[in-house]
Every structure is written in C-alpha cells, then in structure tokens.
Design a protein around this ligand. Structure first.
Ligand SMILES: NC(=O)c1ccc[n+]([C@@H]2O[C@H](COP(=O)([O-])OP(=O)(O)OC[C@H]3O[C@@H](n4cnc5c(N)ncnc54)[C@H](O)[C@@H]3O)[C@@H](O)[C@H]2O)c1
Ligand SMILES: O=C(O)[C@H](O)COP(=O)(O)O
Length: 527
C-alpha cells in the first residue's frame, strides 16, 4: 500500500480521500527540514502547501518518493528540475484557490481605498479620527493588472463589476481573450502611467522578478495604490518603502513577501502599508477544494498511474492509463532494445506511431521509449526524468504520427540516428495487450522482449543454430525461446534468443567465435 506524508496544514478531507483510495497517510505539519529528511524515505508521496521546502537535499533523502502534490498553485518551494532528475512527478491544483485569492486582492484594494486596517486600529484605540481617514472611490478608477491568467482574470471580472476600467499587461494575453474579458491589453509602461491601482498576478520568474523595480515604480502615477497577492520578489520592497514615505505611492497591500514567514520586513510600520500573512488562499472553501483535488490526483497516480496537473510530465487520465499501459510497456522495451544495442552512438530518436496507436496520447509513449533507451546510462531513469535526461544529453527527439494502418493494426516504431545512419525497431500489441517486437533493423522478426536474451547477427548458413545450441548447452544455459529473421536467403540473419540465466562474457566470446557470426550482445529486459 503506498504511503503519503502530509507535511503542511491541510484540510482533513485530504487524509480522508487518501484513505478512501487505499493510500496510507501520515499528517505531520510543521516538521523541521532535518525531521522531514529523517522520515521522507518511508513515503511514496508528499502532500504540501507553501511551507514545506522540497529542496535537492530533501529529494536526495526521499528514496521512495514518486510524487509531490502541492495543494495550491505556486510551486516555487519545490525544486522541479531536481525532482524531475530524480523521477518524481510534481503536481499542483491550479484552480482550487483562484477565486479565493482574487477575492483577497479585491479585499486588499478596498482596504487601501478606505484605509480600513488603519481606521480599525485607530477606532479600537478610542481615537475616533473621523477626519483623518478620507478614502477614494473605486468607480471609474483604472485598475492595472500585471498578469491576466486564472486569478488575474477573476480580479478583472470583479473589478469590472465595481465599474472600474481594467488594463492588463501580460505578454501571453491574446487580443481576443482581452476582448472576451472586457479589458484593454497594454504595455507595461502604459499600465504604469495610467493605473490608479496596480495588482500583480504573475508567477515569480526571471522575467517577473522585480517587475515593480525602483525604476518602474517611479513611472507610476502619483497616488497609485499597489496590491500583491501573487509572490514576494515581484516588487522591490525597499523602493516601495521609499515611495510610500515620499507619498508617491498612496498605499500598498502585500500578502506575500521576499522572505517568508515575514516576521520582520522593511515595510512594516510604513504609513499606508497593509500586510497579511500569505492569506490569499486561506478560505474554508479554497482549502477544501485544494485538499480534495491534491489527494485525488496523488492517489490516482500512486494507485492507477493517472497523471493530472503535473508540471514535469504529460497528463494521463485514469481512463487513458489502462489503455496506454501495454503501449508504454512496448515502448519501453523497444527503447531498451535500441539503447542496449546502439547506446552512446545514438544522437537522435524518432518515435513513430501508426494505426490504433496514432489515436493515443503520444507523450507517455515517448516518455516510455526514452526511459527504456536511457536505462543504459541511469538505473534511476523513469518516464518523468527521461525527457530531461535526453535533453541534457543533447538527443534530438521527434514524434511522428501516421493515421494510416500498415501491416499491423497498431505499431510503434523507434528509429535512432547513429553515425552509420538511421536504425529502427518496431513492435505491435497482440490482442491489444501483449507487446511484440515485429521488426528489427529492417528484418522481420517476431519476439517477446523479456528477461535475459542474446542478440546475434550472422551470415545465414546451415549449421549455425546447431553450433549455437551446443555452445549454450555446454555452458549449462537453457534456451527459452528462439526467434530468427533474415534479410535474404544466405544474407544477413539475426537471432534473438531468450535464455534462463545470465550469459557471461566467456559464453558471448564463444558465440562470437562461431563461423559467420558478426555481432553478439547479451541483452536484459525489465527489472
Ligand atoms: N497569495 C496567495 O496565497 C496565492 C494563492 C494562489 C496563487 N498565488 C499566486 O498567484 C500567481 C498567479 O496565479 P494564477 O493561478 O493566476 O497563475 P496563471 O498561470 O493562471 O497566470 C499567470 C499569468 O501571468 C502571466 N505572465 C507570465 N509572465 C509574465 C510577465 N513576464 N509579465 C506579465 N505577465 C506574465 C501569464 O501569461 C499568465 O497569464 C502565482 O504566482 C501564484 O503562485 C498566490
Ligand atoms: O500558490 C498558492 O496556491 C498560494 O500561495 C497559497 O499558498 P498556501 O497554500 O501556503 O496558502
């Protein structure tokens, strides 16, 4: 039974769903990094929010880990390249807390417009400063959205309901989508110059880090109010403090900070500044949504191989998974066959699907081919890290889909580029379930690729099979199956022989010595 650790505060629904799916679960929020590293090796899955940092050393200790599930959106607390390199799937729940976070941004916009937190503190301090707090109306004001994705577009919708004008800077926002949303797409400088309120809704990337830099803050309209419910690091906090103090920025409300937990921050105590402790996603509704979703997704992966909302591998629905499983087995075997035979010589791979296979989601098939092919380099390679390893090795990977049916109702072909030209192997599924090799380097040969095998290329001539049988018999190696193919009578022939037990270098040497043998290689499949 797979075992999952919930290492952050999560709605109890998550644990309930894991258990209902047959997944064992431990809830231990608030572990230190050392405590986490000490126990993570026991778990197949790790369910987190933003507090747990999944760093390379945590992943190193996570010897059984298969999946990290983020109950929420941002995954900047997970080292995704390190997880990918270890073959760990990282998934999030991209929509479960979007409405809640958008509402928090709107709440902070109101808080700034009417200085609600300051008025509250003053009133409860018995001051009744009715003349101190003079707000601004939102109606007719311009809201500048930096980032108009899931949350940004909900904020836009709510702001339009408040009769604001909305302009957005988002390089990936299409003009059509902007029209649909009822907002105006603008360049960043235009937004900075026009907005009365600016709200940020982008991930933190190399392009967005410090997007509100000192220089850009200086381009804003005097009296602008700024809201950040996205990620710390999007605003230069020191510059923002200076601008609040100078009165250029009339107010700023931050839910997220460069350093979290933000127990100290240069902005604290600055006039016009409002802070919340990363509460964007903190409503009962959002937490139930993300807890249910993350537990369903992780269980689906651990129990059925379904992949949803993964950031480092293609999606694979639980319905698709059983249909694709035999294809992935076939793909892995074909990849393994060419990987073992051509290894370092491979500079590119083309994965072609034909007939019934062409109607399937090809990404998992590609992942499985690459996993099989790269097994010669790494014992820890799997479908998750194989595409990354392939990229790292500079392999040119291509996917080709042929809708027509050829000799077989379904076919997967793996063609590798080598210094001697392209070489390909192909396989089908018997009864839609049993993988079979059907062609190898242009020669028809039908074989199950299983366990220990010997691959032999020889000149087609009488007596060869007898001599091979003698060598194996004398070495005490039992033959399981024997598959033969040849290019032409008396031409090049190949044999794939499955044997019970390991074939050592001495036996390989003896086979090589048989007259007419050109190449011999021991192969191993599975395991
Ligand atoms: N405060 C919280 O508790 C909380 C809760 C949920 C999400 N978030 C954060 O909110 C942010 C937005 O989440 P989302 O679900 O809307 O993400 P999303 O991916 O749906 O949208 C992000 C948008 O940013 C845009 N973008 C990317 N690079 C940009 C750039 N250089 N300039 C301008 N726009 C750019 C993208 O095109 C996209 O439209 C994320 O950082 C997420 O982690 C915070
Ligand atoms: O990216 C997110 O989903 C938010 O930052 C929420 O983070 P939290 O789950 O720690 O509240």
């Amino acid at each position: 039974m797979p075992k999952v650790l919930i290492s952050d505060q999560m709605d109890p629904k998550a644990a309930e769903i894991f258990r209902a799916n047959g997944v064992e679960v431990d809830e231990k929020p608030g572990l230190t990094k050392e405590e986490l590293k000490a126990i993570i090796g026991q778990y197949d899955g790790l369910a987190i929010r933003s507090a747990t940092k999944v760093t390379p050393d945590v992943l190193e200790a996570a010897t059984n880990l298969k999946v990290v599930g983020r109950a929420g959106i941002g995954v900047d607390n997970v080292d995704i390249p390190a997880a990918s390199a270890k073959g760990v799937v990282v998934m999030n729940t991209p929509f479960g807390n979007s409405i809640t976070t958008a509402e928090h941004a709107i709440a902070l916009m109101f808080a700034l417009a009417r200085e609600l937190p300051q008025a509250d503190a003053s009133t409860q301090a018995g001051k009744w400063e009715k003349n101190r707090f003079m707000g601004v109306e939102l109606t007719s004001k311009t809201l500048g959205l930096i980032g108009a994705g899931n949350i940004g577009s909900i904020v836009a919708d709510r702001a339009l309901g408040l009769k604001m004008k909305v302009v957005a800077f988002d390089p990936f926002l299409t003009p059509e989508r902007a029209v649909d949303l009822g907002i105006e797409k603008v360049e960043l400088d235009q937004l900075l110059a026009r907005a009365d309120f600016i709200t940020l809704h982008t991930p933190l990337t190399d392009q967005t880090r410090n997007i509100l830099s000192r220089e850009n803050l200086a381009k804003t309209k005097k009296g602008v109010r700024i809201i950040n419910c996205a990620r710390g690091g999007l605003i230069d906090e020191a510059a923002l403090k200076d601008m609040l103090e100078s009165g250029h920025v009339a107010g700023a409300a931050l839910d997220v900070f460069v350093e979290e937990p933000a127990k100290q921050n240069p902005l604290f105590g600055t006039s016009g500044f409002v802070a919340t402790p990363h509460l964007g996603a903190s409503t009962t509704e959002a937490q139930v949504n993300v807890a249910i979703q993350v537990a369903e997704q992780m269980s689906d992966y651990l129990m059925r191989g379904g992949v949803t909302n993964a950031l480092n591998m293609p999606s694979l629905s639980a319905e698709e998974a059983p249909k694709l499983r035999p294809y992935m087995e076939l793909a892995q075997e074909l990849g393994s066959l060419v990987g073992q035979l051509e290894g370092e010589r491979i500079t590119g791979v083309s994965i072609e699907v034909e007939g019934a296979a062409a109607s399937l989601n090809q990404k998992p098939v590609t992942g499985a081919v690459l996993a099989g092919l790269m097994r010669v380099y790494s014992q820890t390679v799997n479908m998750v890290n194989a595409p990354f390893l392939a990229k790292e090795r500079g392999l040119d990977v291509r996917e080709v889909r042929h809708d027509r049916e050829g000799d077989y109702h379904t076919l997967v072909r793996v063609a590798v580029a080598t210094p001697d030209g392209e070489r390909s192997v192909a396989g089908t599924l018997f009864g839609n379930a049993a993988p079979r090799l059907v062609e190898m380097f242009g020669i028809k040969v039908e074989a199950e690729l299983k366990g220990e095998m010997i691959y032999i290329v020889n000149e087609d001539a009488p007596g060869f099979i007898g001599r091979l049988g003698t060598v194996l018999g004398q070495a005490g190696i039992n033959i399981g199956t024997f598959h033969l193919g040849r290019r032409a009578a008396k031409g090049e022939a190949l044999a794939l022989v499955s044997v019970d037990g390991h074939v050592g270098a001495d036996v390989i040497g003896q086979i090589k010595a048989i007259a007419g043998v050109r190449r011999v290689k021991a192969l191993r499949f599975g395991g």
